[in-house]
Design a protein around this ligand. Structure first.
Ligand SMILES: C[S@@+](CC[C@H](N)C(=O)[O-])C[C@H]1O[C@@H](n2cnc3c(N)ncnc32)[C@H](O)[C@@H]1O
Length: 237
């Protein structure tokens, strides 16, 4: 299908870190049309080399660039890109129904400081220049709670090496999850990584949502089921 081809245009290798569904319910005609019409301009084409200065990717001048991986319903990305109009945002989401939802939101309230990518975020990370990002957000990644599936988790040594390469010194990596074993797993991986430091000074730090945090659909479901999120903040040294 044309929209499917376009959303994945420019994939440069096979996926390494996407184990979920990329397709769900049949799209409404408006959503399918938006995917076909908007992704060629809003979507990043990895077949073209990344510009040395990522600011040139955006339709408005920006003085910083941040990445959100797996934005899902887009609640945070849409709000945050509106709160920071002088920052460029790249949003990654391989599930095309979620991407379509974001495109509908953008029709109603456009964001000239936002670009999108509809596939595995590791492909995008490998495309980005060294030290090009001012922040990476990974909120409620797929939890893979069973031990035998932990190797599928987005956080692993390979991904962290990618984060360390593309983040500028001093830039932030933020990670939220409601799954205790994933929070521990992430803390352990980051502690073992010499290029990151955890910024928490007291438990209040990881119990307190990020500034301006709107909540997400996934988080609301976790709360309904009695799980609370941990909001971790790390710094690229
Ligand atoms: C549990 S959902 C959370 C969505 C959203 N962040 C929220 O809090 O509601 C995890 C999301 O990560 C996306 N995802 C999974 N693997 C990914 C990958 N390799 N690259 C980018 N996104 C990915 C999924 O499609 C899904 O939308």
């Amino acid at each position: 299908m044309a929209a499917e081809r376009r959303i994945n245009e420019g994939r440069t290798r096979t996926r390494e870190n996407f184990f979920g569904r990329s397709r769900g319910k049949t799209l409404r005609p408006l959503q399918a049309d938006l995917l076909a019409e908007r992704m060629p301009t809003l979507g990043l084409d990895l077949a073209t080399p990344a510009p040395a200065d990522l600011a040139s990717l955006f339709a408005v001048p920006v003085d910083a660039v941040r990445l959100e991986i797996g934005f899902g319903g887009g609640e945070h990305l849409h709000l945050e890109s509106g709160r920071h109009p002088a920052t460029g945002f790249i949003g990654v989401e391989p599930f095309r129904n979620s991407m379509a939802k974001m495109l509908v939101a953008l029709e109603e309230d456009a964001r000239p400081n936002l670009r999108l990518f509809g596939d595995d975020a590791t492909l995008l990370l490998d495309w980005l220049p060294d030290r090009s990002l001012d922040g990476i957000d990974l909120f409620y990644p797929d939890p893979w709670p069973k031990r035998k599936h932990w190797k599928r988790r987005f956080v692993n040594r390979r991904t962290l090496a990618r984060f360390a390469r593309v983040l500028k010194p001093g830039a932030a990596f933020r990670f939220a999850s409601d799954i205790e074993t994933y929070v521990d797993w992430t803390l352990q991986h980051l502690r073992d990584h010499p290029e990151f430091e955890w910024l928490a000074r007291s438990p209040a730090d990881w119990h307190t949502p990020y500034e301006g945090w709107p909540g997400t659909r996934y988080e609301a479901k976790a709360h309904r089921e009695g799980r609370v999120g941990a909001y971790l903040r790390f710094r690229r040294i």
